[in-house]
Design a protein around this ligand. Structure first.
Ligand SMILES: Cc1ncc(C[n+]2csc(CCOP(=O)(O)OP(=O)(O)O)c2C)c(N)n1
Ligand SMILES: [Mg+2]
Length: 356
């Protein structure tokens, strides 16, 4: 992966963001479409995974779409993010085309990580996505490092760490929080607080109630915000003000974004640890798509039109992925940088040159 110091300014304008002021009706509809694209993508990968098409392990973010879309809406194209094991939504919201993500899920060369990563290792450095991470809390030190680079180079950019409530119990979280505050780094710590770490509820893994998680920041003297993660506009507004704070040199911001995981921890999780009625009730009352749809007064006809368009894009991504190229087994160690790589049968050190 290219070091963050070399993350280029986004030139495509593919996803021009951070429009000033309140979100227009038109922009809200575009964001609705994006959230629906995330939802349909998640449903599709779940279907393909259950059918045995996709290798590896799968975590979907159904119920959490407004966090990914809302945060990324408030960012500038040059800002960077690091994601988690639940990465598809963040990757879509940061602008990676679904074709490249789906191809990655299928392990194809055309995937955003060239087929080396899969669901938990989605990368798109050119679009400011420093990658997903299967190590809980693993993205946090990376983001502190990126923000340190921005600060040293006096660049008006922020680095955003997405992480879950479970991740706040890791050492990497506390080390990153400490250094970011000490050095007043332009970091947004975005806690996707869904109240679960795998099958462990918040009450059994956190010394604080979910709504008190801002106190994690207070321990470091860091500015904290409480955000309703099911309300897209609230997420955008909060992130904009957090970004303004961080980019103006005032230091990091901790965002306690309350959200809900509508599905199991992983695809196939029987969820024996929670009541089915709880999930049903959440879907009925806390669906970020339904909340935005009601806010926009969207007719059934308009919804159907957007949905058909989104489904065509998702189905197209499956066709694109299925027609992709399988990696050459000879390239299995191509991106392995470790010393001693010659021991793996080759007489020559493995090339670290980017692929053509
Ligand atoms: C360092 C580390 N410890 C444990 C795990 C196993 N693990 C994977 S996801 C997960 C729960 C994470 O919970 P949270 O951070 O709240 O994220 P969520 O799944 O709710 O999005 C755990 C413990 C891991 N991948 N990495
Ligand atoms: Mg969680």
């Amino acid at each position: 992966m290219a070091p963050v110091a070399q993350v280029p300014a986004t030139d495509s304008g593919e996803k021009s963001r951070a429009s000033a002021g309140t979100l227009s009706d038109k922009r809200l509809r575009e964001l609705f479409r994006e959230m629906l694209l995330i939802r349909r993508f998640e449903e599709k990968v779940e279907e393909r995974f259950r059918a045995g098409d996709l290798p590896g392990f799968l975590h979907v973010a159904i119920g959490q779409e407004a966090v990914a879309s809302g945060v990324c809406e408030a960012l500038e194209p040059d800002d960077v993010i690091a994601s988690t094991h639940r990465a598809h939504a963040h990757t879509i919201a940061k602008g990676t085309p679904v074709n490249a993500i789906m191809a990655e899920m299928y392990g194809k060369n055309e995937g955003c990580s060239q087929g080396y990563g899969g669901s938990m290792h989605l990368y798109d450095v050119a679009r400011g996505n420093m990658g997903a991470n299967a190590v809980v809390g693993g993205g946090l030190p990376q983001i502190a490092g990126a923000a340190l680079a921005f600060k040293l180079r006096k660049e008006p950019r922020v680095a955003v760490a997405f992480f879950g409530d479970g991740a706040t119990n890791t050492g990497a979280f506390h080390e990153s929080m400490n250094l970011a505050q000490l050095w007043k780094l332009p970091v947004l710590f975005v806690l996707e607080n869904n109240g679960w770490a795998e099958s462990t509820p918040a009450t059994q893994q956190l010394p604080l109630a979910v709504e008190e998680m801002g106190q994690r920041a207070a321990a470091y003297g860091m500015t904290a915000m409480e955000v309703d993660g099911q309300d897209l506009e609230a997420v955008v507004e909060a992130t904009r003000s957090a970004r303004d704070h961080a980019v103006s040199g005032l230091g990091p911001v901790f965002m306690n974004v309350r959200t809900y995981r509508f599905t199991g921890h992983y695809v196939g999780d029987p969820q024996v640890y929670r009541d089915k009625s709880e999930v049903r009730q959440l879907r009925e009352t806390q669906d970020p798509l339904e909340l935005l749809r009601a806010r926009l007064g969207m007719t059934g006809e308009e919804f159907e039109r957007i949905d058909a368009d989104v489904m065509a894009e998702v189905d197209g991504s499956v066709a694109f992925a299925q027609a992709g190229t399988d990696p050459d087994p000879q390239d299995a160690l191509k991106w392995v940088y470790a010393e001693g790589s010659m021991e793996h049968g080759s007489k020559e050190p493995l090339s670290t040159e980017p692929r053509a």
